[in-house]
Design a protein around this ligand. Sequence first.
Ligand code: ADP
Length: 773
Amino acid sequence: MTLANKLAEERRARLAAERLLGQKQAELQAANRKLGKHALALSEEIHETRAVVRTVRDENARVKSDLNVAQEKIEQAERRLWHSINTIEDGFAVFDSDSKMITANSAWLSAFDELEAVQPGISYFEILQFATEEGLVDVGDATPAAWRKRMLDRWQSPAPEPVVVRLWNDEYIKLIDQRGSGGDVVCLALRITDSVRYEKKLEAARVLAEAANEAKTSFLANMSHEIRTPMNGIVGMADLLIDMDMSEEQQLYADTIKSSGEALLVIINDVLDFSKIEAGKLVLIEEEFDLERCTHELITLMQTNACEKGIDLIVDFDLFVPRCYIGDPGRIRQVLTNLLGNAVKFTEKGHVILRVTGTPSPEGNGTDLHISIEDTGIGIPAEKVRHIFGEFNQVENAHNRKFEGTGLGLAISQRLVELMGGKVWVESDEGQGSTFGFSITLPAVDAFDIETLKTPEGLNTVLVVHSHRINRAILKRQLEAMKLNVRAVESAAVALAMDRTGIDLILTEYTMPKMDGFELTEALFEASDLTPVMVMSPSPSKTVTEPAHKHVATVLSWPLQREGLLSALQDCADRFDPRVVQPETEKAPEPETKPEQASPPVDVLDDIQVEPLPSEAVTALVSFASKRAAPLAVPRQMRVLAADDNKTNRLVFSKMVKALDIDLQFATNGVEAVSLYENFQPDVVFMDISMPEMDGKEATRRIRVAQIRSGRQVPMIAMTAHAMDGDREDILAAGLDVFLTKPLKKDLIVEQITEACPPEARHPHPDVAVGQS
Ligand code: ADP
């Protein structure tokens, strides 16, 4: 090989080596770059990992510290809990499902007087054993074994009832045990000694309060009796005095004694009623009563008072409301009397309207009655409306200071209505008037028979002549409900002047200004208008002396009772219906020639027995009396026995029956009454209840036994000053038929005697006795 070749070869080799070196260097550089990049990534990763590790480390440290804190808190809470559990005075223990004690606080353990054996691990049964053997509990009348059994049975029941245990030292604990999940039982032993003692104190106080309340009630009953007895003397004697001939001054004194006595009795009754209601002693009775009659009687009673003040007293008894209900008529009457009395008292002019409406109750158990009393009186300021229902509360202002009253009436009425399950309400405008009302639900005895409202046959058009707008409106509404055409005018003059064609009946008020109902009848008669006229008067019997009475078809008692009005209309329709052939004596075109045709209608005759009677009425009466009983040839005097220990009361009684034709004997106590009954054989017995030696109830029982033996029953009437509830039932239960409260009322006594008159005795009323013979 040549040098040149060699050199060329070397150069080539060197070039190849240089190329290889360059290539390797490039590769190295690339590897270096890759390595650099990787190192960078690695370092970043390391950095990140370090950060994460740092975070985790921090987190761990925090969690650890939190755990420590939590642990400390748990320990603290546990310490506190146990500290609390140990410091509370009540016992606390936990038992496992095998009834072994797991733990107990010191209070629980202290009940065992620090007996060492009583500690965690002891069984419940062993505890009971210790409790009885060491005399730690008072087992009462039971034997220790029986007591343990009872306690163990209770412990083993799924939900043990709390039980009170008395300890040896007169402390009381109440055991409350509760079964938890897993069968553990948590036990509480509450120290209730203080509350047991407090309860005992309360119980003793309650017994004392009840005794005091009973003493108060019996004091009230006695006071009522003690006050009523002398009041009977005062009011009764004043009543008798009033009937005597006296100078005007003496008459005034007697009237004052009587009215003051009666006012005092009202106050006593109010106070008594209120305390009875407050003591929860007022018992409502349930009996059938006629609400319509009751409202009319009250209106009639209040009429005098209202008339004196010039107030119109109006009753509006809805036509579709039943008449008779089951309820306590006495108490309903009391509420009505109070509301009506107030309305009249606080009204100077205008009217007072008593409205009765009702609807069948949705529950179907009776009628929802709404009774309201509307007046045009002084009214009540809005801010006082609630106040007046409070006891002894009155609207005190210059207007009403002059009015008398205890301020108890509304409080009593409200409570009575609430006792009946009802509500009282009031609406009032000061200076304009008030409406007081109440609603109660009462079972109706009979549903109102809509059939009775059918148009009286033969009547189409009625003319009402009444001076009072409201009364005209009420009458119009009632008559229209009977499907009659009604024309209503305000005076006799208008009635006379109008065209009366087509009118079948005229219904007019007796006392109209200028020309009254009878004068209108007379004027119609003179004008040859023979349309039947019915006059409405508060006292029909007093109208018989009216010259025009003979021309009137019927005198109706005002205020009208629906049934009375209906039957009078029907009666009138029958009597004057041209289609019905009338008996000769019913109606005549010429009264002058046939005076007997003017005989007063039947319902008037009912009212006028004490007035000179028309001959046919006397005949009817005599024949009625003779049908009732065939009198003996010489009827004997009626025998009346009255028992009363109080001399004044006996005197009052004898004076009250002075006018009667009777043989009266008195007994001064129950023993005398029984023996007089046997010897005297009275036809009626009046019996006082509180009497020395033997009271009226016992005497009645004995007399009733004697009556059963002899087969001769006579009425026995209680006369008592007892006004408390329950007395009535007690007295009637003793065998008395009727209950009269003192002060006695002459009319009621005379009525009882008259009713008791047997057929073989002379009528106690001398006048009727003459009629009979
Ligand atoms: P009394 O009427 O005995 O004062 P109440 O309890 O019946 O007691 O009435 C309480 C008060 O309510 C009355 O004193 C009177 O101020 C007021 N009041 C009751 N009814 C009416 C009425 N119809 N009009 C105006 N005020 C009345």
